[in-house]
Write a protein that binds this ligand. Structure first.
Ligand code: SAM
Ligand code: SF4
Ligand code: SF4
Length: 348
């Protein structure tokens, strides 16, 4: 595979001097949830046509491209979606990616619904870390936020199974929507305090065009911190590394930490080193991009690794994305009028 046969030649940095370091791979555009902020049920109903099988990248194609990205400097890869655990045999893909020595961090973001069944297998396949999304512990709130009336129990069982399989710490992602689950965030933090797991509160973002995003539903990071601090004092901590997306806060009593992802109120585009590979093989350089560069076509058309590498490096060196930093000046802040790729096609 690419990283084993050619010398490592990293991609040039982009137009804002950001290197290519992370790759998010969307392994499916399908999901067993219908979170209204991502795949609203009224749009993604019974008749919605997801990608036909032959348009999805195969595991061999994903592994080949990952090898090329690793050659270009990627050291972290995250499997996401859609819901990655509904792609058949996804552990086989993990086993195909673990041989890339330069991939120091191989992770997955899942909604956790099927995790109890797969946790042990994922660990044995070589997955390094796992992030589980859980927006609330309140069943009524959770049922409305997953759009499928599922209770929290299967997700909590999934987290317990991941813990038992040896994943530690587990990150718990919670999207905060004002008026929807903001009254339950302190409970969520309290539940995981002292467990070693890290809850990360994410500001509701205007990804895609279908989630009826409105600034008034964004709970600013400062407000989230204030609410938690009132009950359980926290203090800021230095980032683990430059460009870390979540701002770290630790409990003053030493009982662990939380993270805050303030993508709207405190954008972090300046340090964004993430590329995204969509389910159908497009290279997308920003969560808010209108589209991407087709890699599947050239790959299936016979392009060799060097040609694909040049294509990817060229796209990266031209990159000028910094949507979140420009959001306030673009004039389409309240209501997504600009065309944009949807979140489930490229992962979070
Ligand atoms: N299905 C998996 C899951 O939910 O964990 C992986 C894919 S999901 C698109 C990845 C992450 O994006 C999840 O943590 C989800 O909560 C987050 N997300 C989705 N839509 C979002 C939005 N509009 N604003 C902020 N985060 C969002
Ligand atoms: Fe599915 Fe994840 Fe999107 Fe929810 S956030 S609809 S679980 S892909
Ligand atoms: Fe990166 Fe785009 Fe998000 Fe900015 S808006 S942090 S460039 S993905």
């Amino acid at each position: 595979m690419a990283s084993q046969i050619s010398t490592r030649q990293t991609a040039a940095s982009d137009q804002f001097d950001r290197p290519l370091r992370d790759l998010r791979i969307s392994v499916t555009d399908r999901c067993n949830f219908r979170c209204p902020y991502c795949m609203p049920a009224e749009i993604y109903g019974e008749r919605y046509e997801f990608l036909p099988r032959d348009e999805l990248l195969t595991f061999e194609e994903i592994a080949r491209l990952t090898g090329i990205f690793v050659d270009l400097g990627v050291t972290k890869a995250r499997l996401t979606g859609g819901e990655p655990l509904i792609r058949a045999d996804v552990t086989r893909l993990i086993r195909m990616l673990t041989p890339f020595n330069a991939l120091a961090d191989l992770t997955m973001t899942t909604n956790g619904y099927l995790l109890a069944r797969f946790a042990q297998e994922l660990k044995e396949a070589g997955l390094g870390r796992i992030t589980v999304s859980l927006d609330s512990l309140d069943d009524e709130v959770f049922r409305s936020m997953n759009g499928r009336n599922f209770d929290t129990a299967p997700v909590l069982e999934g987290i317990a199974a991941a813990e038992k399989a040896g994943f530690s710490p587990i990150k718990i992602n919670a999207v905060v929507q004002k008026g929807v689950n903001d009254h339950t965030i302190v409970d969520l933090a309290r539940h995981f305090k002292g467990t070693g797991h890290i809850v990360r509160f994410i500001e509701f973002m205007d990804v895609g065009t279908l989630n009826h995003w409105n600034m008034s539903q964004v709970m600013p990071a400062a407000e989230i911190v204030r609410m938690i601090c009132e009950e359980m004092p926290i203090e800021p901590v230095e980032p683990n590394y430059k460009g870390e997306v979540a701002r770290r806060w630790r409990y003053v009593d030493g009982d662990g930490e939380i993270g805050i992802i303030a993508s709207v109120s405190e954008p972090f585009c300046g340090a964004c080193t993430r590329a995204r590979l969509s389910t159908d093989g497009r290279l997308v350089t920003c969560l808010f991009a209108a589209g991407g560069t087709d890699l599947r076509g050239p790959m299936r058309g016979g392009a060799d690794d060097d040609e694909l590498k040049k294509l990817i490096a060229g796209v990266w060196s031209d990159r000028r994305d910094r949507y979140s930093m420009d959001r306030s000046t673009l004039g389409d802040g309240d209501g997504a009028t600009r065309s944009r790729i949807e979140m489930y096609q490229i992962g979070g």
